[in-house]
Design a protein around this ligand. Structure first.
Ligand SMILES: N[C@@H](CCC(=O)N[C@@H](CS)C(=O)NCC(=O)O)C(=O)O
Length: 222
């Protein structure tokens, strides 16, 4: 059963028990942290803004993100000296906050290393991969370069943090996979004309992502 609750459908008792509200729009980057929460079974309230009507540019949302962009997360488990909850924007910052405090990804031995590498991959996804995909002047030069390396790293369905678990381990799905694979799975949606056949492991990763029930829920498709 999806964990998400659309605003008006929310059961008030369940909503009160929730500390996390994720703000997003249809077909927006909010699907990335939403996928993470669905995958990890983290309860949250999903608040879908009507972006076509400009709801993200108005109060109360611009109190949460003054830049008027989604996603944004409100976490009432954290509060400032005025008792105000933590308001967080930028999908990468949201993902790392969730992985640290709700996904339990950086606990125990090796936690500091996992955190460092998770940050590396989340920043790579948002600052390098996203630019290579979505900035047309970069696509021709950067895209093949990045895909060749990713194709090698993803061989055998490996998780991006699998090297920490040993050379042959497939490893657990992590926030690193969420950040990178969310962009890879955008490829057939936004660039259906792109030939991905030189990158079979990337293709297999996209198919595996699309088959994950939590991914479909995060995308609002199930
Ligand atoms: N770097 C930001 C990008 C956020 C972003 O550009 N969000 C888009 C939706 S995918 C948005 O809110 N656009 C509305 C606008 O700019 O008015 C992140 O990763 O969170």
């Amino acid at each position: 059963m999806p964990l998400s609750l659309l605003g008006e459908d929310a059961n008030p008792l369940q909503a009160m028990a929730m500390t996390l509200s994720l703000y997003g729009g249809a077909r927006s980057r909010a699907s990335m942290p939403r996928w993470y929460m669905e995958e990890k079974g983290i309860p949250y309230q999903w608040v879908q803004l009507d972006m076509e009507a400009g709801e993200h540019r108005q109060q109360p949302f611009i109190n949460i993100n003054p830049f008027a962009k989604v996603p944004a997360l409100v976490d009432s488990a954290f509060s400032d000296s005025q008792g105000q909850p933590l308001n967080l924007f930028e999908s990468g910052a949201i993902l790392l906050h969730l992985a640290e405090h709700y996904g339990g990804e950086f606990q125990g031995p090796g936690g500091a290393q996992r955190r460092a590498l998770a940050s590396q991959w989340v920043l790579f996804a948002n600052a390098t991969l996203a630019i290579a995909l979505f900035v047309p002047t970069n696509r021709e030069k950067e895209f093949p370069r990045l895909m060749e390396v990713l194709d090698r790293l993803l061989a055998g369905g490996r998780s991006l943090l699998a090297p920490l678990a040993g050379p042959d381990a497939v490893g657990d799905w992590s926030v690193a996979d969420c950040a990178v694979n969310a962009y890879l799975a955008y490829l057939p949606i936004f660039f259906p004309q792109l030939d991905l056949s030189p990158y079979p492991n990337v293709q297999a990763t996209i198919s595996a992502t699309q088959a994950r029930p939590a991914y479909l829920r995060g995308m609002g498709l199930a």
